[in-house]
Design a binder for this molecule. Sequence first.
Ligand code: AMP
Ligand code: ZN
Length: 112
Amino acid sequence: MSCLFCRIIDGSIPSKAIYQDDQCYAFADINPQAPVHVLIVPRQHVASIAHAGKEHSALIGHLHWAAAEIARSKGLTQGYRTVINTGENGGQTVEHIHVHLLGGRPMIWPPG
Ligand code: AMP
Ligand code: ZN
């Protein structure tokens, strides 16, 4: 299996687990861009939201629900940012859908 995040989900590549359930796995980003930087990934391999079908809508929604749960558990009461990068111009480097949860500092807009 060549997908990095599928290998993290199956445990063949180590990660720091933050949250998991039957649909998703969340772990610490190896190169954090904020004091809290968690990646929430579906257990099912879908390359990007551009590859997702309507049947994946609930799954993608679940990733965002999980992000909010993790934010609550981390005490991010001042707010946070969730990001999905898609494709080359979107800055996506791993082709398995993931929500970035970034928090613990003020975010700026527009993003780079
Ligand atoms: P993106 O650029 O949106 O595709 O995000 C991919 C993210 O995966 C980046 O923030 C990387 O730092 C992160 N990443 C890459 N390899 C690992 C790894 N082995 N464990 C945890 N995070 C990783
Ligand atoms: Zn995958």
